[in-house]
Design a protein around this ligand. Sequence first.
Ligand SMILES: [Fe+2]
Ligand SMILES: [Fe+2]
Length: 161
Amino acid sequence: MKSMLDAIDYVCREGKFEKTADFIQHGNTSCMLHTIAVAYYSDYFAQKIRIHYKRRELLIGALLHDYFLYDWHDGLPKRKIHGFTHPHYALINADRDFNLTDTEKNIIKRHMFPLTVIPPSVREAWIVCMVDKICSVYEVFAKDPYIRLRKILKANRVSVG
Ligand SMILES: [Fe+2]
Ligand SMILES: [Fe+2]
């Protein structure tokens, strides 16, 4: 959990990550809680399957994968294609605010595969791409999502909106 909290601290300090707490992602899950959950479970999964992976880059890429910084439920006509376009906007914002590695860029840019046609090219991005889908479906249906994770975050004074 320490690496995770360090990564959250880094994206809050260097960029506008806290702003993602203001936007709803799915159901009643904020964009911030969603990306923290994707980072947490991507890291958990990578450890479970015992692969070699770049842990810090996986965590930061996952935290920034939906760093598009707008409310995609605002009803604007262009939001109809949000699913296809938001990785691009997330990458533009993240690239502006952080010194991203190629792995982090790949995680952000390719996380909507297969909706966006080009697949991830690194294992960290494949994991985030898969975990993002599982978390998204869970958030749509869960009444009170991520109870345990929210408790941990609260104990560490991370407010997720
Ligand atoms: Fe996304
Ligand atoms: Fe996502």
